[in-house]
Design a protein around this ligand. Sequence first.
Ligand SMILES: Nc1ncnc2c1ncn2[C@@H]1O[C@H](COP(=O)(O)OP(=O)(O)O)[C@@H](O)[C@H]1O
Ligand SMILES: [Mg+2]
Length: 479
Amino acid sequence: MSRRFGTVQALLGVDLDFGPGVHAVLGENGAGKSTAIKILAGLDQPDTGTVEMAGNPVRLRTRDSALGRGIGLIPQTGSLIGELTLLENLASTQPRQLVRRRALREKLESAAASVGVAIDLTTPVRRLGRAQQQLGELALTVAQGARILLLDEPTSVLDADEIHGLHVILRAFAEDGITVVLITHRLAEVRAVADAATVLSHGTVSWTGKVADVDDETLARAMVGELQASTPPSRAPIDQSTEPALVLEGLWAAANDLAPVRNITVRVRPREIVAVIGTAGSGQRALAEAAAGIVPPERGTRRVTGTVAYIPEQRAEALLPSLPLKWSAVLPRLRDKRFTRFGVLREDVVDTFARHLLVRFDVRPPNPDLPAGALSGGNAQKLVMGRELDTAPAVAVVHAPTQGLDLRATQRIRDLILDTADAGTAVLLISADHEEARALADRVLVLRDGRIIGVYTAAEYDHAVHRLVDARPDEDGRQ
Ligand SMILES: Nc1ncnc2c1ncn2[C@@H]1O[C@H](COP(=O)(O)OP(=O)(O)O)[C@@H](O)[C@H]1O
Ligand SMILES: [Mg+2]
């Protein structure tokens, strides 16, 4: 299969072959994993290439036609309707059978039993935990007749126990003769459940074969490729005797019900970019919110000298989606005197300010009256980052800034981060993207299960990255 989006060649001549059992598809962000399985699920069409089942060519034009052939996708973000129960979700996919509710219930219950957990069929999905939602969606897909299950990074939102639970279920499916295709970027997970693996790298297959026949080093190399010479030679080295602008010392913190962080110590100096690399579930969000001052530390200290800008992972949370985007553009400056007169916001001044900001940070379309929610992901991010970093903060906490963005927008955002650091801001970059850390950071810390398990200079990191892809925490959580 080949598939191109504009200037991005997402897949180029990719051959995939899935037999019975659990088959892992591995690859870094942007490698083409989701694109490949969307095609198999009937959600996208390849530019060239064919899909065969048991040797016969098939056409998978829609999700329903793929499901009709027994192929079901559990997408990365889930696809259930939150207001409906699982049963109602199933009914909504089969309108003609709406009357036979009892039959549907039985179908779902037996599928739930095959998933091996008690699944709540009568609570709106939105009120279930994430693991429950995911298992529910798995049961639903099986109830719809899927014999080939495609799971797009299902474990990125789960904790260690939930991951183990899912693995047990996937193995059971495999024993039942179901083909399981599991997308992941964790090598430990491949070892734990997969019989076979295929590694995608920049839209092509870089390795495929039986898991028993390969070592982790080979898989890791296939994922990240041969590394180029070290990163930004143009940046002046940071004087490590400068007073840090951000200090976290022995910090313990938790954000909502998400993975907490334990005993984190980080110092970021003016002009310095420190990256914290860790996959979802390792405490990234807790660290980001604690560093940004949104959640107080449970233990340890946080010190900052000056203002702090925060660019959250959920960039939509930083916008006012239904209002004209000029209001989102001035959000951190609403107390500026120039925007108010006699306590009333001056829309004309806001409008002019927003117009300049949109042009300067290349937000398209540069129309301050458009609702912020109408911007594409890349443009929304340019707006949020532009508005935050334009205030010349002493510290910027930037979480997953280019996740899900196309190459052009990614480059723009990375340049903006480099410019911000060069202008004197201390940048704490929290990301799951090794490539990003290599491109931007002066120092890299590796976060696993809430602890820092390694600290590297940019040069050391290049050498260490192959091992890091599957690093595990050591006992004392050393920094
Ligand atoms: N609908 C789309 N429009 C434009 N670019 C896309 C689209 N879907 C994927 N891409 C691009 O294709 C590449 C591969 O994406 P994807 O398959 O999602 O990678 P992965 O799942 O391995 O992270 C990325 O560069 C991504 O930005
Ligand atoms: Mg993906």
